[in-house]
Write a protein that binds this ligand. Structure first.
Ligand code: XMP
Length: 531
């Protein structure tokens, strides 16, 4: 499979480059820059300075990273970056790199600081700290510490253990802080970052997702011309927004495919079939594949085997639908040339910066598909973060229920039934899940909860009493979690009254369920899903 659409889009004139020195800081910094309404892109620290400058950045931010500047093989940056005249802001590792490269002193003298740390700002009127308090809390994470700033720099802040915690050189437009302003625990971090962008680098805050919609619509029109495109819809935010954007650009030249595998939650298929279509006017092919999936899953309890079966069946059904669309388009099917995908910026960055080329060539073994059909990819969201995708969805007029959807796994309820997946069990879980979702929404908790898997322990029974009789039913597990990226998570402290209501309703309204339990495990050690 695979190949690529060249990335036609030209970065906005006011682009800030975030140089990635490792760990996960660069993505967060890039997001915060965009929150300041300035466009940002991440580049690897191995990129030569000339290449960075060739992108005409208005400013460059050097991120933190896990290394010590003195460690063997630690990433560096060429001195010419600081002499190019482009404003530079170094954070944590980036700050130390700026300090050592320009002749300051960084020692490994045991002056370590981790976590929330009080910062004393000595120059509250400086470019970065203007209007912020003399005492503020910042997030530190470093071993080495700067003890002397390079010549020409003014020291603007310190901590109890670090004499040089921030410095500035307005003449050369070079700025640095030892801490992580991008982290929420740094109380004035966003303000300091904005001061760098607006005051230090003189950038106007005018980047919005509206520009993205306009730009992408024009690009997609140019790319597709009079040909046709296909898009797989999953019911999730990313594919929905990607489809709506492409629909705005090329209208009826786009056909979407939605595979109903019977593992969706209550009302979700209808949401796509009715609300999404009503909002966008999209041409939709719904494939009812419930029986096929349930037959393939019969007798299977192992989670990984379930995932493999669901993945395999999904591809088969999708390709079949694709082949039908190609066949309907004409004998050669050649004019169906594009496949739309909802790839996001974090996926691009994590898979190596998105410089690669992916050319989707559909499988030859699928009936009806000409051998030489190749799909070029359309990935209109590949420069966006999730929250920006939601904004684009709102601008496109998509229903709130789709735009604000919490993450839901591709294998759906199939991996939320511990035990074999059957139609009866799915129906039961759908009811319990719908009640939990309804009550969490009614309590206004949707935004504070990252997601709340509702799990059926189908292989477990316990004794209960209901009415006048003894019951022997299944437990339902509630797994509300809070998270930023699903890599780590904590269990959400949902108010007792809300939990009580959910429990009462589920045990009253759902047959076969006589117990509701709450999962109070963080991730790690638990995962978010139970399977
Ligand atoms: P875990 O359970 O690994 O979940 O803590 C992390 C995030 O990934 C989702 N998830 C999946 N998504 N296919 C998906 O598309 C899967 O097989 C899958 N398993 C877990 C989960 O819902 C959570 O958001």
């Amino acid at each position: 499979m695979s190949s690529a659409t060249p990335d036609h889009s030209v970065p906005p004139a006011d682009t800030v480059l975030v140089v990635d020195f490792g760990a996960q800081y660069a993505q967060l910094i890039a997001r915060r820059v965009r929150e300041a309404r300035v466009y940002s892109e991440i580049v690897p620290s191995t990129m030569p300075v000339e290449e960075m400058l060739a992108k005409n950045p208005r400013a460059i931010i050097l991120s933190g990273g896990p290394s010590s500047v003195y460690a063997e093989g630690a990433p560096t940056v060429d001195r010419s970056l600081f002499e190019s005249g482009v404003p530079v802001f170094g954070m944590c590792y980036g700050f130390q790199l700026m300090a050592t490269t320009l002749g300051g002193t960084v020692d490994d003298n045991g002056a370590r600081e981790y976590g929330r740390t009080p910062l004393t700002v000595s120059k509250t009127g400086s470019t970065l700290f203007e209007g912020t308090p003399a005492e503020q809390s910042v997030w530190m994470s470093h071993g080495d510490a700067c003890s002397a700033a390079p010549e020409g720099f003014t020291v603007t802040a310190s901590t109890d253990v670090v004499p040089v915690a921030a410095f500035e050189n307005d003449e050369k437009k070079l700025y640095g802080v030892q801490y992580h302003p991008e982290v929420m625990h740094s109380t004035h971090g966003q303000q300091v970052l904005e001061h760098f962008l607006y005051r230090g680098a003189g950038i106007e805050p005018n980047w919005t997702t509206t520009n993205v919609v306009e730009e992408q619509v024009a690009l997609i029109r140019e790319q597709v011309g009079s040909k046709r495109a296909i898009c797989g819809l999953s019911g999730g935010v990313d594919s929905a927004v990607a489809a709506a954007l492409v629909q705005k650009a090329i209208g009826s030249q786009l056909t979407c495919v939605y595979v109903d595998h019977g593992l969706m939650r209550k009302g979700e298929t209808e949401q796509v079939e009715k609300d999404f279509v009503a909002a966008t006017g999209i041409q939709l092919k719904v494939v009812d594949a419930e029986e096929r999936f349930l037959a393939a899953l019969a007798g299977v309890s192992d989670p990984e085997t379930k995932r493999k079966i669901i993945g395999r069946e999904f591809i088969r059904v999708f390709e079949q639908a694709q082949a039908e669309i190609v066949a309907e388009a004409g004998a050669s099917g050649e004019d169906v040339a594009f496949l739309v995908q909802g790839t996001l910026y974090p996926d691009v960055v994590e898979s190596g910066g998105g410089t690669g080329t992916a050319n989707i060539k559909s499988h030859h073994n699928v009936g009806g598909l000409p051998d030489d059909i190749e799909f070029e990819l359309i990935e209109p969201l590949r420069k966006l973060f999730k929250d920006e995708v939601r904004m684009v969805g709102q601008e496109l007029g998509l229903p709130e229920e789709i735009v604000q959807r919490q993450p839901f796994p591709g294998p759906g309820l199939g991996i939320r039934i511990v035990g074999e997946v059957t139609k009866e069990r799915l129906d039961l879980l759908r009811e319990a899940d719908a009640i939990a979702r309804e009550e969490l929404t009614a309590a206004g908790l949707d935004r504070s909860i990252w997601q709340c898997p509702v799990v059926l322990l189908a292989d477990v029974r316990s004794v209960g009493v209901q009415g006048d009789g003894r019951t022997y039913g299944h437990p339902i597990v509630l797994r509300p979690v809070s998270s930023e990226d699903a890599m780590t998570a904590d269990w959400s402290r949902v108010p007792y009254e809300v939990l009580a209501k959910i429990s009462t309703r589920i045990t009253n309204e759902v047959d076969e369920v006589n117990r509701v339990v709450l999962d109070v495990t963080s991730k790690p050690p638990g995962t978010i899903e139970w399977e």
